[in-house]
Design a protein around this ligand. Structure first.
Ligand code: FAD
Length: 309
């Protein structure tokens, strides 16, 4: 056996799992993938991670977590995992990466989920500068200014309703002429005096100011082709997330959107020895602190599993 525990992912879930596992002398090997530090490296100020009363920059928080994991003996491999399989003879996991194949008794998947954006010009540069996919995280930065939410499902409506606590006006931009959200949720947003629907429309372009912050968008009506301009301080994308779970084959069950399904009240997947934590296994909360919490669970679950041998 080469490894006791392999952790895949270098976000809050993976690093927290690594801190716990390393302190339990499991000497985990952690594969970082391409985004070392995970999603929080793409944001600026994080105000809701406990322990930082003045807030902390996302990349700084993730650097601290990485240092803490390393201090207790986590080894990092800067490789992308391509597949996880199991040897039929002894249930050992084989993790194949861009750099080779590694065997391990247990594996924790902490590969996160990627928010979907529209894929139009200039979008990447605006993320964190007036474009985000998390109202819970960034809503309170936009007080008394107009913002919009893109989407038409329950999440979009929930985010729009939440944003009315801060913004002066919340537009919901939706491609169709009716919402997909539940009737109760539709009622909440359609009757809210701060929320205005923009039906049958999408964003055709973004415009930013000299500091690179969003200042307006070009709207396109998908039925008429007509374009118009709207001044906004932030666009909240709510068109879903893609969990990074496709490399797993059939070792773990996934829901229709690709989120890994865990056994109740733990991080175990359908395969003994294979655990999942963080956004990749969480279709609901998708927060750094909940990902870190699940990373802790996964390490404790994995430790218990490994101790059986
Ligand atoms: C712009 C933005 C702002 C946010 N602000 C906040 C905030 O203020 N507060 C808050 O609580 N949350 C915030 N969030 C949400 C938070 O970032 C996520 O909930 C959290 O990062 C999830 O942690 P995770 O460890 O599950 O996954 P991630 O942080 O997504 O990390 C996934 C890791 O897996 C790795 N990986 C993926 N695929 C592979 C592979 N095949 N092989 C190897 N490695 C792989 C990646 O490289 C990455 O290291 C924000 C998110 C975004 C996008």
């Amino acid at each position: 056996m080469d490894e006791q525990l392999i952790i895949i992912g270098a976000g809050p879930a993976g690093y927290t799992a690594a801190i716990y596992a390393a302190r339990a002398s499991l000497k985990p090997l952690l594969f970082t993938g391409g985004q070392i530090g995970g999603q929080l490296t793409t944001t600026t100020e994080v105000e809701n991670f406990p322990g930082f009363a003045e807030g902390i920059m996302g990349p700084d928080l993730m650097f601290q977590m990485s240092e803490q994991a390393q201090k207790f003996g986590t080894r990092f491999a800067y490789e992308d995992v391509i597949s996880v399989t199991q040897q039929s003879c002894d249930d050992v996991f084989v993790v194949t990466t861009s750099g080779g194949a590694y065997k391990s008794k247990a594996v924790i998947i902490a590969t996160g989920a990627t928010a979907r954006y529209l894929g139009i010009d200039g979008e990447k540069a605006l993320i964190g500068h007036g474009l985000t996919a998390c109202a819970t995280c960034d809503g309170s930065f936009y007080r008394d200014v107009p913002v919009c939410v893109v989407g038409g499902g329950d999440s979009a409506c929930e985010e729009a309703h939440f944003l009315t606590r801060f913004a002066s006006k919340v537009y919901i931009i939706h491609r169709r002429d009716e919402l997909r959200a539940s009737k109760a949720m539709q009622k909440r947003v359609l009757e809210h005096d701060k929320i205005e629907m923009i039906w049958d429309s999408t964003i055709a372009a973004y415009q930013s100011d000299k500091d690179g912050e969003l200042e307006s968008i070009t709207l396109e009506n998908l039925k008429t082709g007509e374009q118009s301009s709207l001044d906004l301080k932030c666009v909240f994308m709510a068109i879903g997330h893609t969990p990074n779970s496709s490399f797993l084959g059939d070792l773990a069950d996934r829901d229709d959107a690709g989120f890994i399904i865990r056994k109740p009240d733990c991080t175990l997947t359908k395969t003994p020895g294979l655990f999942a934590a963080g956004d990749v296994a969480d279709a609901i909360y998708k927060q750094a602190i909940s990902a870190a919490g699940m990373g802790c669970w996964a390490a404790l679950d994995a430790e218990r599993y490994i101790n059986q041998f």
